[in-house]
Design a protein around this ligand. Structure first.
Ligand SMILES: [Zn+2]
Length: 301
């Protein structure tokens, strides 16, 4: 479906994308609710980041089509991912917190980590014991490292690696959902491969509050990282997406912070994390500070 509101913007920004991806731009309705009306938040890397006028979902529109995105991903490797050991120390706090959350609900079983990268979360779960572990990722570089660590990980996406229905007790997705073109369809695909009562744990960035603050301060940034990040989720839009896909028992919490290698960034992240954690505890889980990455869990009925 073409959104006529976006026609001008689509042709205006197409030129820069032709350079980047060599492909076509497509305008999309809100990926969460299907509405066509949107408000421009900002332009980053020549891409328009908009919020849906009906449901406030934040997404990139227009965006490269699937073929152009696939070409762009051939060159994509987040800088933090370049060195496996750096990535391990960057994410260790996140992975150990997520593992704590999972074992509160599930003590053992079959677990699939979608977007497993180098396999460090699989290693964390292996240390906990009792799990039959599987990974999946698009990056061959990351997967060959994961295999060298003894992990069973397949190359591909949910569309290409077809696991049978009702296969897993737990599925995890760390920083994956913001990359996919159809987040609700991806969540439905996850629900299909979960066993009844199975648990999904996902982690997504929430960049919009920080971008709005920096805009007020006049600080230029490209924190949305388009076109690789196509969506930005708040606690309420992630809930809505999960409900659309048929999940129940949805709960979002914060905790488990990244450890950037640079001292300044590390101190900032730690301070921000502690502040967010304190707010979350003091409000008995009602206040999850905006701008902080969140863990959301949900269950298949
Ligand atoms: Zn919407």
């Amino acid at each position: 479906m073409e959104d006529s509101i976006n026609q001008c913007a689509a042709s205006a920004s197409a030129a820069s994308v032709v350079e980047a991806g060599g492909g076509r731009m497509v305008s999309v309705p809100c990926p969460l609710c299907g509405a066509l009306r949107e408000r421009l938040i900002t332009i980053q890397n020549s891409y328009r980041v908009v919020s849906c006028a009906a449901c406030s979902f934040v997404y990139v529109n227009p965006r490269p089509d699937d073929a152009a995105l696939a070409r762009l991903y051939l060159q994509y490797l987040p800088d933090k991912m370049a060195d496996p050991l750096l990535w391990d120390s960057y994410m260790a706090g996140v992975f150990s917190k997520a593992a704590d959350v999972i074992v509160k609900y599930k003590r053992a079983g079959r677990l699939l980590d979608i977007g497993c990268g180098y396999g460090f979360f699989l290693s964390e779960m292996k240390r906990r014991g009792g799990w039959e572990l599987f990974g999946m990722d698009v990056s061959r570089t990351a997967l060959s490292y994961a295999s060298s660590q003894g992990h069973n990980a397949a190359q591909g996406t949910l569309d290409t690696v077809r696991h049978p229905e009702n296969s897993f007790d737990v599925v995890t997705m760390f920083y994956v959902l913001e990359h996919v073109t159809g987040p609700v369809a991806a969540l439905r695909a996850v629900k299909r491969i979960l066993k009844p009562g199975g648990m999904l744990l996902l982690r997504v960035p929430h960049t919009t509050p920080i971008v709005k603050l920096l805009k007020l301060l006049g600080v230029a940034n490209n924190l949305y990282d388009p076109p690789f990040h196509l969506s930005d989720f708040s606690a309420s839009t992630i809930r809505r997406g999960l409900e659309e896909a048929g999940f129940i028992g949805i709960h979002t919490s914060i905790g488990g912070f990244t450890t950037p290698p640079e001292t300044g960034k590390r101190l900032f992240t730690a301070a921000f994390g502690l502040m967010a954690g304190a707010g979350y505890s003091l409000s008995l889980g009602r206040f999850a500070m905006p701008g902080v990455a969140k863990n959301t869990i949900a269950f298949k009925p």
